[in-house]
Design a protein around this ligand. Structure first.
Ligand code: DQA
Length: 144
């Protein structure tokens, strides 16, 4: 059985491809999933890709990742990144390493995107490389 990496995506990321493409790019979440699965095969990793617009689902899936013995979680929490103490606590509550991912670089955007509850609890962050950032994060997960 290959190790599994959970890839969890938060609010509005279901609309990737049509949502503000000048910021987030033209690729859909399905495109990203396909690329991760291909890369995962090369790295010997299975990918469990999910998206929800609801904070509680993301908390539940972080807990599930630990229960399932996942190797790592890649987490793009969308706007919840900047608001969710519950996600901060959930990441700190599990031993599974969590890698924060963003398509854009929130540090170079509006001030209200500069604080990251996810980043304060995560192992590390990859931001600003568009959809390719998910692949960079998978490489990082493979080396943990
Ligand atoms: C995002 C950045 C967040 O600030 C924003 O709310 C998103 C997407 C990104 O991937 O660049 O929804 O997480």
């Amino acid at each position: 059985m290959p190790d599994t990496v959970f890839v969890l995506n938060g609010p509005n990321l279901n609309l990737l491809g049509t949502r503000e493409p000048e910021i987030y790019g033209a690729e859909t979440l399905d495109d990203i999933a396909a690329r991760l699965e291909e890369k995962g095969r090369a790295l010997g990793l299975a990918i469990e890709m999910r998206q929800s617009n609801h904070e509680g689902h993301l908390c539940d899936w972080l807990h599930e990742a630990q229960g399932a013995g996942a190797k790592a979680v890649l987490l793009n929490a969308g706007a919840l990144t900047h608001t969710s103490l519950a996600l901060y606590d959930a990441i700190r509550s599990i031993r599974t390493p969590v890698i924060e991912v963003h398509l854009s670089n929130p540090a170079a955007r509006e001030a209200y995107r500069h604080k990251s509850f996810v980043g304060m609890a995560a192992k590390g962050t990859i931001a600003g490389f568009g959809a390719f950032g998910y692949e960079l994060a998978l490489d990082a997960a493979a080396r943990l």
